[in-house]
Design a protein around this ligand. Structure first.
Ligand SMILES: [Zn+2]
Length: 212
């Protein structure tokens, strides 16, 4: 029923706001078949702190970067559906039995201002496609101080203590941690560290893109 309603919703949205390729303007999809050929894929990373494996599909550049920024600032939710579906055709994250899907949280004030957390929406789509539960396990208790002038190690230090395990939600299964982009990796590694400390078993990661 929900599936059908979602399809209907998408059809209506398509009629009112026809999708155009953000690369060349062709109508139909956010990335048309021709522009798709120019996207660069990235290999998985292993053993990133408490993360066993990180599956990121594309390089964070060009057209992919443009779409993700659009998602982040304007909430192009249909673009998320299109990208996650496209990503899963290329490579699926490893999801062993008994895995809960969670996401990198935003600082509450920031999320209120923006109205949504793109990582949560990506996680929900991943949950829908894999039939796994999506739980909000973490909260961000402080906003991230500026990271721009810091190197990799300083970024990790800078981010310590920003995330907390939510109380009252028990989870001792495996976890797939979802975010939109992996840049230095500091944020996801810190989230994974907090999750590990709270007693979850194995932690895997999924992002749409990462910087190479
Ligand atoms: Zn195109």
């Amino acid at each position: 029923m929900w599936d059908q309603l979602n399809k209907l919703k998408e059809t209506i949205i398509d009629i009112i706001f026809p999708r155009n390729c953000l690369g060349c303007g062709k109508e139909g999809k956010y990335v048309c078949e021709k522009c798709d050929l120019f996207l660069s894929e990235t290999p998985s990373l292993f053993s990133q702190g408490s993360l066993e494996e990180l599956v990121s599909i594309w390089e964070y550049e060009g057209l992919i970067k443009e779409i993700i920024l659009r998602i982040k600032y304007y909430g192009a939710f249909e673009a998320i559906n299109e990208l996650v579906e496209k990503a899963f055709k290329i490579r699926k994250p490893y999801i062993p039995e008994n895995t809960v899907i969670t996401f990198v949280p935003m600082f509450k004030k920031k999320e209120k201002r923006r109205g949504f957390n793109q990582a949560e929406i990506i996680a929900k789509k991943v949950g829908e496609m894999t039939g796994s539960n999506v739980l909000s396990l973490l909260e961000k208790i402080k906003d991230t101080p500026s990271q721009t002038k810091l190197d990799k190690e300083e970024r990790l230090k800078n981010i310590r203590g920003l995330f907390k395990r939510k109380e009252g939600i028990i989870c001792n299964s495996n976890v797939l941690l979802v975010d939109d982009v992996w840049t230095s990796g500091a944020t996801m590694k810190e989230c994974a560290r907090v999750l590990k400390k709270s007693g979850v078993k194995r932690i895997f990661g999924f992002t749409l893109a990462r910087t190479v």
